[in-house]
Structures are given as C-alpha cells and as structure tokens.
Design a protein around this ligand. Sequence first.
Ligand code: ATP
Length: 202
Amino acid sequence: MQFTRLRLNGFKSFVDPTDLIIHRGLTGVVGPNGCGKSNLLEALRWVMGEHRASAMRGSGMEDVIFAGTDSRSARHFAEVTLQVDNSDRLAPASFNDSDTLEIVRRITRDAGSAYRINGKDVRARDVQMLFADASTGAHSPALVRQGQISELISAKPKARRRILEEAAGISGLYARRHDAELRLRATETNLERLSDVIEQLA
Ligand code: ATP
C-alpha cells in the first residue's frame, strides 16, 4: 500500500496546514532536534487508528491538538489526512471504487475522534482493518519508534510473535475471529433464553 500524501492541520507542532508529498522509494526526514520529525511518524500512526495516548507520547488523546505557544493560541481540533494509492484495488469492497483513498481523522476537544474514508463517515475499526489487511497500520513494524529496537531485542517471545503476525498481515484475521466469537457467544445466550421461554410455555 503506497502512501502518497500526508496532510496535517493543528496536529502537535504542525499548527498550520502542512502538506507532504510522499514519492515512491525511500523518504528521509531530516531536521534539528525538536523540529517535529517524530510528530510526523506519530501523525501516520494516529490517522491509521492508534488509540493509545502513550504511543503519541501524551497522557490523553487530546494532547495531539496544538497546545499553543507564547505567540499562538491553542487549536480546538487536529486533523490528519492520509492519501493512499489504491490503483491495485486492494481496499475492502465498500471503499474500492477509486484509484485513491483519502483517510481522514479529526479530533475535536471534548468531542473525540471522527474518521472518514473518501468523504464517508466510518468507524475507527474500519480504518484499522483497512490498514491491518494491507500489513500496515498503527502497530506496523515498518514504523520504528525511538528506543523500539532495544525493546524488540529484549521482548518476550509472545510480543515478538505479535510483531511477526502484524508483518504477515494476519492481525486483521485475528480481530475478525474475535468479533465472530463474540457474536457466536451472544447467539448462544439468545438460544438458551429462547429454550427457557419455550420450556415455560410448554
Ligand atoms: P528529536 O530529533 O529530538 O527526536 P524531533 O524532530 O523528532 O526531535 P518531535 O519530538 O517530533 O521532534 O517534536 C517535538 C516538538 O513538538 C516539541 O517542540 C514539542 O513542544 C512539540 N509538540 C508536541 N506536542 C505538541 C502540541 N500538542 N502542541 C504544540 N507543540 C507540540
């Protein structure tokens, strides 16, 4: 899945709308300490559905909204847009009618996050599954945080396995299996209730 454009607006230090074109091949981001390189990577994770504030180096999800400086007031919302090349039509059927996918996540103070794919309101889960099936996403091993390599070396086998599964693109299948198991359990409970009712009527 080829990312083609990343747009930030009010996200962390990127207070003004900022557009980054991502070309094919290797992209390097260079700059002095504190200029926002890690914020860019976090914007990518965030738009793909990251829900842990700790992964965004914050204590709450609203910490991603520009917090203000001496000269500029804080923003009320943050928005990140990721454009993805879908010319190979790998997206799920419901979003598979165009060559480009535009995924938008917006967080508004006191109102939480909202997601859109190609202008259509969707759930966080739809966005997470879209990227999980493409072997990428907020937890993709392709996105390497500072300090993550040493964590990986000392990780327990179970944690390493999770990383391999994410890379193999099967984490979406696990999520779907979990959903199916929950539905199955709910149906079994309904059936039990139904047989109780039938017994009472008999
Ligand atoms: P280094 O090279 O040291 O790792 P970096 O280029 O990766 O630095 P980041 O860590 O991405 O830099 O950016 C840190 C900057 O982002 C800090 O100046 C911090 O004040 C700013 N920042 C983080 N969150 C917010 C926010 N919510 N509002 C405004 N600025 C923020």
